[in-house]
Design a protein around this ligand. Structure first.
Ligand code: DQA
Length: 177
Protein backbone atom coordinates (compact mmCIF):
# COMPACT_ATOMS: atom_id res chain seq x y z
CA UNK A 1 0.00 0.00 0.00
CA UNK A 2 3.03 2.29 0.28
CA UNK A 3 2.46 5.45 2.25
CA UNK A 4 -0.70 6.59 0.49
CA UNK A 5 -2.76 6.17 3.63
CA UNK A 6 -0.30 7.99 5.80
CA UNK A 7 0.06 11.03 3.58
CA UNK A 8 1.73 13.77 5.55
CA UNK A 9 -0.50 16.76 5.77
CA UNK A 10 0.35 20.22 6.96
CA UNK A 11 -2.22 22.92 7.42
CA UNK A 12 -1.37 26.55 7.48
CA UNK A 13 -4.25 28.89 7.07
CA UNK A 14 -2.08 31.94 6.44
CA UNK A 15 -1.72 31.11 2.75
CA UNK A 16 -1.14 33.60 0.00
CA UNK A 17 -3.51 36.56 0.15
CA UNK A 18 -5.28 34.89 3.08
CA UNK A 19 -6.24 31.79 1.09
CA UNK A 20 -4.17 28.63 1.57
CA UNK A 21 -3.00 27.17 -1.70
CA UNK A 22 -3.34 23.39 -1.42
CA UNK A 23 -0.81 21.19 -3.15
CA UNK A 24 -0.57 17.42 -3.40
CA UNK A 25 2.92 15.97 -3.96
CA UNK A 26 2.80 12.48 -5.47
CA UNK A 27 5.83 10.23 -5.67
CA UNK A 28 5.91 7.05 -7.68
CA UNK A 29 7.71 3.71 -7.49
CA UNK A 30 11.04 3.23 -5.76
CA UNK A 31 11.22 6.78 -4.45
CA UNK A 32 10.64 5.37 -0.96
CA UNK A 33 14.15 3.94 -1.28
CA UNK A 34 15.86 7.31 -1.67
CA UNK A 35 19.17 7.42 0.15
CA UNK A 36 19.75 3.70 -0.43
CA UNK A 37 18.80 3.50 -4.09
CA UNK A 38 21.64 4.24 -6.55
CA UNK A 39 23.06 7.05 -4.41
CA UNK A 40 25.36 8.15 -7.22
CA UNK A 41 22.27 9.03 -9.23
CA UNK A 42 19.73 10.02 -6.56
CA UNK A 43 21.91 11.18 -3.68
CA UNK A 44 22.21 10.06 -0.08
CA UNK A 45 19.28 11.97 1.33
CA UNK A 46 16.31 9.78 2.24
CA UNK A 47 12.63 9.95 1.37
CA UNK A 48 12.01 11.17 4.92
CA UNK A 49 14.48 14.01 4.28
CA UNK A 50 12.49 14.94 1.18
CA UNK A 51 9.21 14.93 3.09
CA UNK A 52 10.75 17.11 5.81
CA UNK A 53 12.09 19.62 3.28
CA UNK A 54 8.73 19.89 1.49
CA UNK A 55 6.92 20.41 4.80
CA UNK A 56 9.41 23.08 5.86
CA UNK A 57 8.95 24.93 2.59
CA UNK A 58 5.15 24.68 2.90
CA UNK A 59 5.27 26.09 6.43
CA UNK A 60 7.51 28.96 5.36
CA UNK A 61 5.32 29.87 2.39
CA UNK A 62 1.96 29.33 4.09
CA UNK A 63 0.90 26.49 1.82
CA UNK A 64 -1.14 23.41 2.66
CA UNK A 65 0.65 20.34 1.39
CA UNK A 66 0.04 16.62 1.44
CA UNK A 67 2.72 14.18 0.33
CA UNK A 68 2.24 10.60 -0.73
CA UNK A 69 4.22 7.79 -2.32
CA UNK A 70 3.16 4.56 -3.95
CA UNK A 71 4.79 1.76 -5.87
CA UNK A 72 1.47 0.98 -7.61
CA UNK A 73 0.12 2.67 -10.71
CA UNK A 74 -3.54 2.30 -9.71
CA UNK A 75 -2.93 3.91 -6.32
CA UNK A 76 -1.26 6.87 -8.01
CA UNK A 77 -4.24 7.21 -10.34
CA UNK A 78 -6.63 7.02 -7.35
CA UNK A 79 -4.61 9.73 -5.56
CA UNK A 80 -4.86 11.97 -8.63
CA UNK A 81 -8.63 11.40 -8.86
CA UNK A 82 -9.12 12.06 -5.15
CA UNK A 83 -7.21 15.34 -5.43
CA UNK A 84 -10.21 16.89 -7.17
CA UNK A 85 -11.79 19.48 -4.92
CA UNK A 86 -9.20 18.92 -2.18
CA UNK A 87 -6.11 20.36 -3.84
CA UNK A 88 -5.40 23.21 -6.20
CA UNK A 89 -2.33 21.75 -7.86
CA UNK A 90 -0.17 18.66 -8.20
CA UNK A 91 3.56 18.09 -8.03
CA UNK A 92 4.26 14.64 -9.41
CA UNK A 93 7.32 12.46 -9.81
CA UNK A 94 5.86 9.35 -11.46
CA UNK A 95 9.20 7.49 -11.29
CA UNK A 96 9.54 4.97 -14.11
CA UNK A 97 5.81 5.32 -14.91
CA UNK A 98 6.87 8.63 -16.45
CA UNK A 99 8.11 6.77 -19.47
CA UNK A 100 5.10 4.59 -20.26
CA UNK A 101 1.99 5.27 -18.17
CA UNK A 102 -0.70 6.60 -20.47
CA UNK A 103 -3.08 5.89 -17.59
CA UNK A 104 -1.32 8.46 -15.37
CA UNK A 105 -1.25 10.91 -18.30
CA UNK A 106 -5.01 10.39 -18.69
CA UNK A 107 -5.64 10.81 -14.95
CA UNK A 108 -3.82 14.15 -14.81
CA UNK A 109 -5.74 15.35 -17.88
CA UNK A 110 -9.02 14.03 -16.44
CA UNK A 111 -8.87 15.97 -13.18
CA UNK A 112 -7.68 19.15 -14.90
CA UNK A 113 -5.54 20.30 -11.98
CA UNK A 114 -2.39 22.24 -12.85
CA UNK A 115 0.53 19.87 -12.42
CA UNK A 116 4.31 20.08 -12.54
CA UNK A 117 6.37 16.96 -13.20
CA UNK A 118 9.58 16.62 -11.22
CA UNK A 119 12.57 14.33 -11.64
CA UNK A 120 15.48 14.23 -9.24
CA UNK A 121 17.91 13.13 -11.92
CA UNK A 122 18.41 14.72 -15.32
CA UNK A 123 16.40 12.29 -17.41
CA UNK A 124 17.69 13.90 -20.61
CA UNK A 125 21.22 12.82 -19.72
CA UNK A 126 20.48 9.19 -18.85
CA UNK A 127 19.49 6.01 -20.68
CA UNK A 128 17.54 6.43 -23.91
CA UNK A 129 14.31 5.03 -22.40
CA UNK A 130 14.30 7.77 -19.75
CA UNK A 131 14.56 10.62 -22.21
CA UNK A 132 10.89 10.57 -23.13
CA UNK A 133 8.13 11.36 -20.67
CA UNK A 134 4.58 10.45 -21.64
CA UNK A 135 3.19 12.11 -18.51
CA UNK A 136 4.84 15.54 -18.91
CA UNK A 137 2.48 16.42 -21.74
CA UNK A 138 -0.39 16.42 -19.22
CA UNK A 139 1.54 18.89 -17.02
CA UNK A 140 2.31 22.59 -17.23
CA UNK A 141 6.00 21.73 -17.35
CA UNK A 142 8.76 19.50 -16.14
CA UNK A 143 11.73 20.07 -13.82
CA UNK A 144 14.51 17.53 -14.19
CA UNK A 145 17.96 17.15 -12.69
CA UNK A 146 17.76 19.60 -9.79
CA UNK A 147 17.44 17.00 -7.05
CA UNK A 148 15.19 17.89 -4.11
CA UNK A 149 15.26 21.52 -5.22
CA UNK A 150 13.02 20.56 -8.15
CA UNK A 151 10.13 19.86 -5.77
CA UNK A 152 10.56 23.22 -4.06
CA UNK A 153 10.73 25.03 -7.40
CA UNK A 154 7.57 23.25 -8.56
CA UNK A 155 5.75 24.21 -5.34
CA UNK A 156 6.86 27.85 -5.71
CA UNK A 157 5.75 27.96 -9.31
CA UNK A 158 2.31 26.49 -8.61
CA UNK A 159 1.78 28.66 -5.53
CA UNK A 160 2.61 31.81 -7.48
CA UNK A 161 0.50 30.82 -10.43
CA UNK A 162 -2.49 29.83 -8.32
CA UNK A 163 -2.25 32.95 -6.15
CA UNK A 164 -2.21 35.19 -9.21
CA UNK A 165 -5.37 33.43 -10.41
CA UNK A 166 -7.23 33.78 -7.14
CA UNK A 167 -5.61 31.26 -4.83
CA UNK A 168 -7.35 28.12 -3.59
CA UNK A 169 -9.95 26.75 -5.94
CA UNK A 170 -8.36 28.38 -8.97
CA UNK A 171 -6.70 25.17 -10.09
CA UNK A 172 -9.47 23.95 -12.36
CA UNK A 173 -9.76 27.29 -14.13
CA UNK A 174 -6.00 27.53 -14.57
CA UNK A 175 -5.81 24.07 -16.09
CA UNK A 176 -8.77 24.78 -18.40
CA UNK A 177 -7.00 27.62 -20.19
C1 DQA B 1 13.08 9.57 -11.69
C2 DQA B 1 13.64 9.20 -13.07
C3 DQA B 1 12.98 7.95 -13.60
O1 DQA B 1 13.53 7.62 -14.88
C4 DQA B 1 13.22 6.79 -12.66
O2 DQA B 1 12.56 5.64 -13.13
C5 DQA B 1 12.85 7.11 -11.26
C6 DQA B 1 13.22 8.40 -10.72
C7 DQA B 1 13.82 10.76 -11.07
O3 DQA B 1 13.28 11.33 -10.12
O4 DQA B 1 14.92 11.12 -11.49
O5 DQA B 1 12.33 6.27 -10.55
O6 DQA B 1 11.72 9.91 -11.82
Amino acid sequence: MGSMDSAEKLNNTAGIGGIAVRLLVINGPNLNLLGRREPDVYGRQTYEDLVRLIKEQAAQKGLEVAICQSNHEGEIIDAIHQATGKYDGLVINPGAYTHYSYAIFDAIKAVGLPAVEVHLSNIAAREEFRRHSVTAAACLGQISGLGFHGYLAAMDYLAGRLASRGGAGAGKAAADE
